[in-house]
Structures are given as C-alpha cells and as structure tokens.
Design a protein around this ligand. Structure first.
Ligand SMILES: Cc1cc2nc3c(=O)[nH]c(=O)nc-3n(C[C@H](O)[C@H](O)[C@H](O)COP(=O)(O)OP(=O)(O)OC[C@H]3O[C@@H](n4cnc5c(N)ncnc54)[C@H](O)[C@@H]3O)c2cc1C
Ligand SMILES: *[C@@H]1O[C@H](CO)[C@@H](O)[C@H](O)[C@H]1NC(C)=O
Ligand SMILES: *[C@@H]1O[C@H](CO)[C@@H](O)[C@H](O)[C@H]1NC(C)=O
Length: 346
C-alpha cells in the first residue's frame, strides 16, 4: 500500500515549456508555496524562432475581448506587469503612452476594456482621427515588455523562489511522466508543442508566423491600428528602438526575412505615425517568431490521466500570450489548489 501514495505537496509540479506562459505559471505557483520544475527545449536566453516568447512586441492591449474570462485574464496580467515595472525599472517592462486608431468604431464604449484598466484613458477628438479615415481613436498609458530582458528577469525570479529549469526536448509525453513518477500535476505550456509531441497531438494547433522591423528612433509613444490594416509601433525605451509590425501568416514557418513584408511594415508604420517613423528609417534589425495559434482559441483546462494524475493545459495563445499570461497562470494555480484540496479531503 505504502508505495502507492504520492505526496501531493512534497512532489514537484512539472511544467512543460518555459515561455511566458510556463514562466508566469511557475512564478505564481512558487509564490503560493508549491514546488516547481520546468522542462523545456528553449529557456530564457535562447533565440529560436519557435520560442515565441522571445519575439513578441510586446504590448499589453485590451484586445477585442467580449468574453469576461478573457477580460479578467488581461486585467490580472496588467496588475502583475505594473507591479514588476514599479518595483524594478530594469526588468524589461516600461510604461508608455499609446495612440490607438480604429477602422471600425467599437460597438459600445462599455466594451472598451482599456477604459477600465489603462491610466489616462481618453477618447480623441474627431479631428484627430477622422481625416485619416478612422471611425474612432483613443489615447492611454499601457505597459510594453522587452521579451528577452523580461524572460531573463523571470528566470532569476523563479530560481530565487526555488524553481528548477531542465533544458530538454521531449518527443513523447510519457518521457516527462517517467522522469517524475511521483508527481501528480503536470502543466502543458508548450506553445505550439502539442502539435508535434507524441501523446499530446492537437491538430487544432498551427504556426502563425510574425515578422517585425526594429527601427531606431527616440519616440516613446506606441501606435496601434486595429482592423484590416493591422499595424503596431511598440517602443522599447530601454533599447532606443521601436518594433514595427505586424503580419499574421498562418501555416508559414520560414525563418528567412521576407523583405517585401519588412518594406510594407515600414510603409504602414510611416502612414500611421509619420511623426515617429520616417519614410526610410534607420533599421536596427528584423525579428521572426512563430505564434502558437489554435483553432477555436487557447486551451485552459484540466484533464485526468491515470488515477490521481492530472495534466493542466495552457497553450495556443497565438498573438496575445503576454497580455493573457498572468491570467492563465492565475487559472492554472486555482486548478492546482483545487486538486490539492481534493487530495486531502477524505
Ligand atoms: C512577432 C510577434 C509579436 C507578438 N506581439 C505580441 C504582443 O504585442 N502582445 C502579446 O501579448 N503577445 C504577442 N505575441 C504573442 C506571444 O509571443 C505568444 O502568444 C507567447 O509568447 C506564447 O507563449 P507560450 O509560453 O505559450 O509559448 P512559447 O514561448 O513558444 O514557449 C513554448 C515552450 O514550450 C517548449 N516546448 C515546446 N515543445 C517542446 C518539446 N517537444 N519539448 C520540450 N519543450 C518544448 C518550448 O521550448 C518553450 O519553452 C507576439 C508574437 C510574435 C511572434
Ligand atoms: C497537451 O495537449 C494535447 C493537445 O490537446 C493533449 O492531447 C495532451 O493530452 C496535453 N497534455 C499532455 C501532457 O498530454
Ligand atoms: C491568431 O491571431 C491572428 C491575428 O490576430 C488571427 O488573424 C487569427 O485568426 C488567430 N487565430 C486563431 C485561431 O484565433
């Protein structure tokens, strides 16, 4: 009998993946006193195109989320990023002003999550957006994240809290179950991984390629255009560059820079914000990354396998992994606490 018992609290929770989702989940669980081990092919510091978290813009943006859970997830992330920004100005999070232009006016102003979350939110006057053909515009403060810097900060935080990183590619999910025979809880935060990992095959996952241009300019304002001509300009104040994008290429996974896309991104950035981006700006470099997209949206749920062992899914965050990250971690941690409770009641 003895050998059959797994001690829930003494055994590590195993997180597959060390992108922003795996790292925020690890940090939150460690803060709550759980033991955590991350197993991942790519860890903070790595720069493979398949490690999406290294290549994000990244900006906290309200998105067009009408779903209450998604809205709350974004709110949780905003709170945590703001907290890191306020406690460590070098962590990779900065506060910037944003001008956002809408091709189509929002259906209702109450839908604008930014009004409830972003400091200094205000609608622009008509003359500021109408001449460019937009139906609505607003201005507010938000947080931008410089991913490689923030991921290094997260690695340090996680290690300080006692978390362990194991750098390893896994090919079949049984490999991690065998590595941790006494663990009860596994988290599937492998981004696009489930498409390829044996035992995790999820045919809904697909690569959504992004490519950005890094432009040298001292503007510290961000610009967003939502709608058909989806365009963003995201400052990285600690680096003295801005990130110009964007593009979504479903089912494309080439690591080569497509110069026609780069040119078009500069053209669109200049059109959106001529005061910040000149017609032929100084280019500091290019970025390619694969967003982990999933038909039907991200997956955030618990699944039992074997008796008393669980896998918690947290993948498929596509173009919003940073904005949703701490919210995903929040829901995973609630699932873990619920399992802990079930383990100790008779
Ligand atoms: C150009 C671009 C711009 C973006 N801009 C924004 C933005 O402004 N705001 C925003 O919120 N989001 C943005 N994103 C999206 C964001 O980057 C992703 O949603 C997010 O990084 C996904 O994080 P993740 O942890 O799920 O996946 P990943 O970062 O891809 O991490 C997956 C982890 O799983 C591991 N893994 C996978 N398979 C295996 C395996 N077989 N064995 C071992 N380990 C494995 C990987 O090594 C890695 O550690 C952008 C993305 C791109 C490409
Ligand atoms: C990871 O995701 C896939 C896809 O849905 C799923 O089939 C699998 O059970 C998940 N987790 C693990 C550890 O298998
Ligand atoms: C992923 O994001 C892009 C850009 O927002 C969008 O065009 C695409 O439909 C998304 N995919 C899914 C499955 O949501």
């Amino acid at each position: 009998m003895e050998g059959k018992f797994r001690l829930f609290q003494n055994n590590t929770i195993v997180i597959l993946g060390a992108g922003i989702i795996g790292c925020t989940t690890a940090r939150l669980l460690l803060e709550k006193g759980f033991k955590v081990t991350l197993v991942a092919k790519h860890v903070p510091g790595d720069d493979d195109i398949w490690y999406a978290s290294n290549w994000a813009g990244a900006i906290w943006h309200a998105g067009d989320s009408k779903n209450d859970k998604h809205r709350y997830m974004r709110a949780v992330s905003f709170r945590r990023f703001m907290n890191d920004y306020q406690s460590d100005k070098e962590c990779g999070v900065c506060l910037v002003n944003v001008k956002e232009y809408f091709e189509k006016a929002p259906e209702s102003m109450a839908d604008l999550l930014g009004r409830k979350i972003n400091p200094n939110f205000r609608s622009m006057s008509r003359d500021q957006f109408e001449k460019s053909g937009f139906e609505y515009g607003c201005q507010y403060d938000t947080l931008v994240i410089e991913p490689p810097r923030y991921l290094r900060f997260m690695k340090k935080k996680i290690e300080e809290l006692g978390g362990l990183f194991i750098k390893k590619e896994i090919f079949s999910v049984d490999e991690i179950y065998d590595m941790f025979p006494d663990s009860t809880v596994f988290v599937n935060a492998s981004g696009i991984g489930p498409k390829y990992i044996k035992g995790l095959e999820d045919s809904k996952c697909y690569p959504n390629r992004g490519q950005n241009v890094l432009v040298i300019t001292d503007t510290s304002t961000a610009f967003l255009r939502s709608g058909e001509e989806y365009t963003y300009i995201i400052p990285r104040p600690l680096q003295g560059v801005v990130v110009c994008g964007g593009v979504n290429q479903g089912d494309v996974d080439s690591s080569n820079i497509d110069m026609s896309i780069a040119k078009d991104e500069i053209r669109r950035a200049h059109k959106l914000a001529p005061e910040a981006i000149s017609e032929s700006p100084d280019v500091a470099g290019y970025v390619v990354g694969i967003r982990p997209a999933r038909e039907g949206g991200f997956r955030l749920e618990k699944e039992a396998f074997e008796d008393d062992k669980f896998i918690l899914h947290a993948y498929g965050f596509n173009g919003s992994g940073y904005a949703l990250s701490y919210g995903a971690a929040h829901y995973i941690s609630i699932m873990v606490e619920e399992l802990e409770r079930r383990f100790c009641v008779s």
